[in-house]
Design a protein around this ligand. Structure first.
Ligand code: NAD
Length: 437
């Protein structure tokens, strides 16, 4: 089996490397020449645990290669995966499909023999049909089928998610395409992964339904957390109390500063737009989007309140800026709302992130970046934990207190316990919990 992966980003690179690990011959294609050059030199352009070894091993075995030349990448391919970005379209929140349709045009020109064209990118219902129309228009003679195979991996645990997924969703009407997809995912059949075979439209919608459901669950517990603060309850106990009910489930009930990242914000918005367009509005999701936007903005106010209502002329240390730990991805990270709001209120922001600083430097001007957490804390009036990287879970609190001008911590990820922080002499606030004795 031979496949081409068009788009070598977080999803394309991980999926391509994992398919090669399954024994498939994979060529990853990207328009970004710098990215391909780095990959050819053995450098991994993104931070993703375990990806380095996986790529190196499969390149060495001759199963994984990289190119900017789509024709070369597609040579002899049984299937071509589209894994390009589908960001929010500026202005209206619809998914921007220009990269997908651009890739479809180029793919059409290079089809040789029967080929399955698979959309792995998250795309609105109807996109697969449009890809089919584009290819037919460009190459009426081409022998191909289209399929939708949305990706559910999470950055930070992407390899394990791809290799041992909860399920694989495949949408196509063609038996030949279905057979090809079964062969590609053969190792997952052996570990009895549920494979959900659907129509094209159903597969496309399933991905959005999954992401919007998860975003709704997070938003629900965030609002419960706010209520807990008002009534003196503890959101973690509430989450455990409800999560142990099998109908609810324990996951995604951790309160925080609002969801961010490369998927939830844009996918919730895109589904809202699709639903409005076809006259079947999703009012729950519309509300979720609104609440989450406001929440991210309101987090700076919490930090300002912890500083006595004024941050003008004060130094705020920010620990973590990526949208979650174990990634360098800054797309729609809550820090992008929080940090500028603090700066606008007059604060000097000093920040540290174990992997995201390089990317964040471009997006957060005026921030003083440090080489470690303690350097960020030195002389600070307040510290805010914005991303729960493991190394922030075990800070030496005595040292932190000595370094800071005032021992004030705003823990937006509930990494520490209120009792522990009170005992260590901190003015500590977190999300949805009483502030301590
Ligand atoms: P990304 O921006 O990291 O990567 C996209 C890549 O596609 C870029 O490197 C870009 O240069 C390349 N590209 C664009 N047009 C091209 C073309 N015509 N030919 C070759 N290369 C081209 O994006 P990503 O995070 O990997 O996301 C890709 C898709 O997967 C999106 O639809 C996203 O919603 C979905 N998805 C992402 C995740 C995630 O965690 N990042 C998880 C599941 C699904």
């Amino acid at each position: 089996m031979r496949i081409a992966m068009i788009g070598t980003g977080y999803v394309g690179l991980v999926s391509g490397a994992c398919f090669s690990e399954f024994g498939v011959q994979v060529c990853c294609v990207d328009k970004d020449a710098g990215k391909i050059e780095r990959l050819r030199k053995g450098e991994i352009p993104i931070y993703e645990p375990g990806l380095d070894e996986l790529v190196t091993r499969n390149v060495a075995a001759g199963r994984l290669s990289f190119t900017t030349d789509l024709a070369e990448g597609m040579r002899g391919a049984n299937a071509v995966f589209i894994a390009v970005g589908t960001p929010s379209r500026r202005g209206d929140g619809h998914a921007d499909l220009s990269y997908v349709y651009g890739a479809a045009e180029e793919i059409a020109q290079n089809i040789e023999g029967y080929t399955v064209i698979v959309t792995k990118s998250t795309v609105p219902v109807g996109t697969g049909r449009e890809v089919e129309r584009i290819i037919r228009r460009v190459r009426p003679d081409a022998d191909f089928d289209v399929a939708s195979n949305p990706e559910f991996l999470r950055e930070g645990s992407a390899i394990a998610d791809f290799m041992r997924p909860d399920r694989v969703v495949i949408g196509t009407e063609s038996e030949l395409a279905r057979e090809m997809m079964r062969r590609l995912y053969r190792p997952l059949y052996l570990i009895e992964t549920p494979i959900v075979m659907t129509s094209l439209e159903t597969a496309e919608l399933t991905k959005y339904a999954a992401n919007t459901f998860l975003a709704t669950k997070i938003t629900f517990i965030n609002e419960i957390a706010d209520l807990c603060e008002k009534v003196g309850a503890d959101v973690h106990d509430v989450a455990r109390g409800i999560g142990l009910d099998g109908r609810i489930g324990k996951k995604f009930l951790h309160p925080g500063p609002g969801y961010g990242g490369s998927c939830f914000p844009k996918d919730t918005l895109a589904l809202v737009r699709t639903a409005q367009q076809v006259g079947s509005p999703l009012r729950i999701v519309e509300t979720v989007v609104d609440i989450n936007d406001r929440r991210k903005k309101a987090m700076a106010d919490r930090i300002i309140a912890a500083c006595g209502g004024v941050v003008d002329g004060k130094t705020v240390a920010v620990l973590g800026v990526t949208f979650k730990p174990n990634t360098d991805d800054m797309r729609d990270a809550p820090s992008l709302d929080i940090v500028p709001a603090l700066q606008k209120a007059g604060a000097h922001v000093r920040a540290f992130d174990p992997a995201g600083a390089h990317e964040a430097e471009k997006l957060l001007p005026g921030v003083e970046w440090t080489k470690d957490a303690y350097a960020a804390l030195s002389g600070a009036d307040c510290v805010a934990i914005v991303t729960e990287w493991n190394e922030f879970r075990a800070l030496n609190l005595t040292r932190v207190k000595e370094l800071m001008k005032r021992p004030v911590m705003v823990d937006l990820r509930n990494v520490y316990s209120p009792d522990e922080m009170a005992a260590a002499g901190f003015a500590y606030s977190s999300i949805g919990r009483p502030s301590g004795p």
